[in-house]
Design a protein around this ligand. Structure first.
Ligand code: PGA
Length: 253
């Protein structure tokens, strides 16, 4: 059975106090909810990781993730943060290859393979992001484009490694724009990506991989998105900065 996951991506937002307030609110709300089927993950900026982890404590089904990690294990790489450090501070998830990292920091499919290796070597669950820009969607070549992202970054992993990876499909034209993919568009892509994974790793393995949708998901559209058979949760940007919205999305299954 694949996991249902709702991961909040704070991006470069919130001061220390704001992050503490948001986390405390989420922890308090989730304590009153019965979300045993769903895994919720908070992915704050690096400097928030430790204090957020302390507030999460042993809240059931609430986990800590990072937005990025280095492709290197350790050493003279000023400004970088290793997967081993993240794990030692209590993170269990890490977002890899978000479209903003691909675009603004020129992260290539090959680099993302290395980051994914680091995550796996340190026991972190990679949330591997993929997704097409608007011009590719308009040219109707989005399926081939996104499949290639998976092929180039992930298809040299062993089945055992692949089984530990979560995929997040995030059409770039839907991120932060308020223009969500329709639940049918999401389902179509998720099913296509799952069958692409099946072609390499087999159907059983592909059926057990969680594929999350990201891009302007909110409490108003999450139920519809999550009702689709191949949509196993969401990677949530803007709406994860509001405790009530985030918890509502977690409860949308
Ligand atoms: P959004 O961001 O929900 O604000 O569109 C999603 C993401 O970038 O992960």
């Amino acid at each position: 059975m694949r996991k249902k996951i709702v991961a909040g991506n704070w991006k470069m937002n919130l001061t220390f106090e704001e992050g503490q307030k948001l986390t405390s609110e989420i922890v308090n709300m989730l304590k009153d909810e019965n979300i045993k089927d769903v895994i919720a993950v908070l992915n704050p900026p690096f400097v928030h990781l430790y204090p957020v982890k302390k507030l999460i404590g042993d809240t059931p089904n609430l986990f800590l993730g990072s937005q990025n990690c280095s492709d290197k294990a350790s050493g003279a790489y000023t400004g970088e943060t290793s997967a081993a450090m993240l794990a030692s501070f209590g993170a269990t998830y890490v977002i890899i290859g978000h479209s903003e990292r691909r675009e603004y920091f020129k992260e290539s499919n090959q680099l993302l393979t290395e980051k994914t290796k680091q995550a796996l070597a340190n026991g972190l669950t990679p949330i591997f992001c993929c997704g097409e820009p608007l011009e590719i969607r308009e040219a109707e070549t989005h399926e081939a484009y996104v499949k290639q992202q998976l092929t180039e970054s992930l298809f040299d992993f062993s089945p055992e490694e692949m089984s530990k990876i979560v995929i997040a499909y995030e059409p770039i034209w839907a991120i932060g724009t308020g223009r969500t993919a329709s639940s049918d568009q999401a389902q179509e892509m998720h099913a296509a990506l799952r069958s692409h994974l099946a072609s390499k790793f087999g159907k059983e393995l592909a059926d057990n991989i969680s594929i999350l949708y990201g891009g302007s998901a909110n409490p108003g559209n999450a139920k519809d998105l999550f009702s689709k058979p191949d949509v196993d949760g969401g990677l949530i940007g803007g709406a994860s900065l509001k405790s009530r919205d985030f918890v509502e999305i977690v409860k949308s299954f």
